[in-house]
Design a protein around this ligand. Sequence first.
Ligand code: ADP
Ligand code: MG
Length: 238
Amino acid sequence: MASVTLKNVCKSFGAINVVEDVCIDIADGEFLVLLGPSGCGKSTTLRMIAGLEATSSGSISIGARDVTDLEPADRNIAMVFQNYALYPHKTVYENLAFGLRMRGVRKADIDSRVRRAAGVLGIEPLLSRRPRQLSGGQMQRAALGRALVREPEVFLLDEPLSNLDAKMRVQMREEIGRLHGETGISMIYVTHDQVEAMTLGDRVCIMRDGHVQQIAKPIDVYDHPASRFVASFIGSPE
Ligand code: ADP
Ligand code: MG
C-alpha cells in the first residue's frame, strides 16, 4: 500500500479543460471515492493516476515516487473496469495467472498467488470456468482477482458495479469493502452513486466540471456540504 498525491493536475483535450487544478492527498491504506455526475472528469482523473492518460500539467506521486512520467506498468497499481475486460477464451485461473506470467513470475509463485487471491474472493470453485460460464458478480470477482494477484500498492476501480443488478451490486459493494479491510491496499473508487460513495469511502472527493468541490468524510459531507451543488448531489439538507 502507498499514499497517492495529485498536485495541481490538469487535463485538456484540445481546447477543452476536463480536469482543472486537482489536488488530492490519499493516505496510505485509505479508501477514497471520487464522486460526481457523468462527465465531470472522474475517469480521466483515475486514468491519469493509472498512467493510461498523460497529464497536461501537474504531478502525481505514489508513495515517495513521482510517477507522472512513468508507464502504467511501472506504477505498481492495478485497475478494475466496469466491463471486467476478462480474456474470453481463457479460464478464470489463466485470467488471473496471465499478467504474472508476462512479468516472468515463477510458476510455483503464480500458483500460490492465484490460489490466495481466489481464496480471498471466494472464487476457488470457478478457477476452471471460462468467463461466459460466469454470472456478472462472478465475473467482477474474477476481475478483482486478476488485479489482486499483482499485489499492487494501489487499487483503482472505475464504476466496477455499474453492470450488475441491484442485488448483486449491494453484495459486491460489501465484498469490496471487505477486500479493502482484509488487504489494507489503498483504493481509489470512481462512482456517480451517492450510496456507494457514502458507504464505502473513508473520505469522498466530490467533483464537478473538472474541479474538486469538497474532500471530506461522508458524515462531514452530509453535515457540512461545501456548496449547494454538493448538498443537492448527495441529497443532504442544505
Ligand atoms: P466521468 O468519468 O466523470 O463521467 P470523464 O473523465 O470520462 O468523466 O470525461 C470528462 C470529460 O472529458 C467529458 O466531457 C468527456 O467527454 C471528455 N473526454 C474524456 N475522454 C476524452 C477524450 N479522449 N477526448 C476528448 N474528450 C474526452
Ligand atoms: Mg467515467
